[in-house]
Design a protein around this ligand. Structure first.
Ligand code: 5GP
Length: 212
C-alpha cells in the first residue's frame, strides 16, 4: 500500500470498524459515502437468508443465500459472527474476506446489528465500535415509514428492534448522531482518521526517523 503520493510504507494491519444503529438511521448511506471517498476503506458484504429488496444486488448489498447454505457456512466456521436478527432471517459476516482485507492494510467496516457487534468485540477486542443514532425516536419512525419498502407489520418490528438497540448504545466506543447526513459522515471519517494516527498504526516511523 502507498500513502497516495506513491511512497512505499510499512504494511500496517487495517482496523476493524463495527457500525450499528437502528434500521432507517442512515448507516448504509454513511458507509457507502465513506467507502466511495476513501481508498483505504472497504465494507464487508454480509450473507443473509432474507429475500433481496428491489434495489439490492447479490454480492453488492448482501450475499443472498438459502437457509441450508447459511447453516453450512456456520458449520464450516466461515462466519466471524452471525445472528438470527428478526427471528425470520440469518445475517452473518464472512470471515475470509474481512481477514484478507485487514491483512492487506484496508480498514474494514462491518455494518451489523447490536448483538453481532458485541460478539465481534468479544472475539476482536481491538475493533472500534460506532453507534449511529437518530436525533430522536420520533424522527426514526418517520424515516422508517418514508422508506416505503416494508409492510406496516415489518415497520413495527423494526421500530421495536430499534428501541432495544438504542438501549445498547452506551456499550459502543463512539456515538454519532445523524441529524445531518454530511455532518454524520464527517464525524465517522474523523474517527477513522484519528485511528490511523495511533502510534501503533503509524506506517511512516522508519521514514520519519531518516536523517539523510
Ligand atoms: P436489513 O435487512 O435492513 O438490510 O438489515 C437488518 C439488520 O441486520 C441491520 O441492523 C443490519 O445492521 C443487520 N445486519 C446486516 N448484516 C449483518 C451481519 O452480517 N451480522 C449481523 N449480526 N447483523 C447484520
Amino acid at each position: 500500500m502507498s500513502d497516495g503520493a506513491g511512497k512505499a510504507m510499512r504494511k500496517i494491519r487495517g482496523e476493524l470498524i463495527v457500525i450499528s444503529g437502528p434500521s432507517g438511521v442512515g448507516k448504509g448511506t454513511i458507509c457507502a459515502a465513506l467507502v466511495g471517498s476513501d481508498p483505504r476503506l472497504c465494507v464487508s458484504v454480509s450473507a443473509t437468508t432474507r429475500p433481496p429488496r428491489p434495489n439490492e444486488a447479490h454480492g453488492k448489498h448482501y450475499f443472498f443465500v438459502s437457509r441450508e447454505e447459511f447453516e453450512r457456512m456456520i458449520c464450516a466456521d466461515e462466519l466471524l459472527e452471525y445472528m438470527d436478527v428478526f427471528g425470520t432471517a440469518y445475517y452473518g459476516t464472512p470471515r475470509s474476506f474481512v481477514d484478507g482485507k485487514l491483512a492487506e492494510g484496508f480498514d474494514v467496516i462491518l455494518e451489523i446489528d447490536v448483538g453481532g457487534a458485541m460478539n465481534v468485540k468479544r472475539a476482536r477486542p481491538e475493533a472500534v465500535t460506532i453507534f449511529i443514532a437518530p436525533p430522536s425516536m420520533k424522527e426514526l419512525r418517520r424515516r422508517l415509514e418514508k422508506r416505503g419498502t416494508e409492510t406496516s407489520e415489518q415497520i413495527e418490528r423494526r421500530y421495536a428492534k430499534a428501541r432495544e438497540e438504542m438501549a445498547c448504545m452506551s456499550g459502543y466506543d463512539y456515538i454519532v448522531v445523524n441529524d445531518d447526513l454530511r455532518r454524520a459522515r464527517e464525524d465517522v471519517a474523523c474517527i477513522l482518521r484519528a485511528g490511523r494516527m495511533r502510534t501503533d498504526r503509524c506506517a511512516r516511523l522508519d521514514e520519519i526517523m531518516k536523517e539523510d
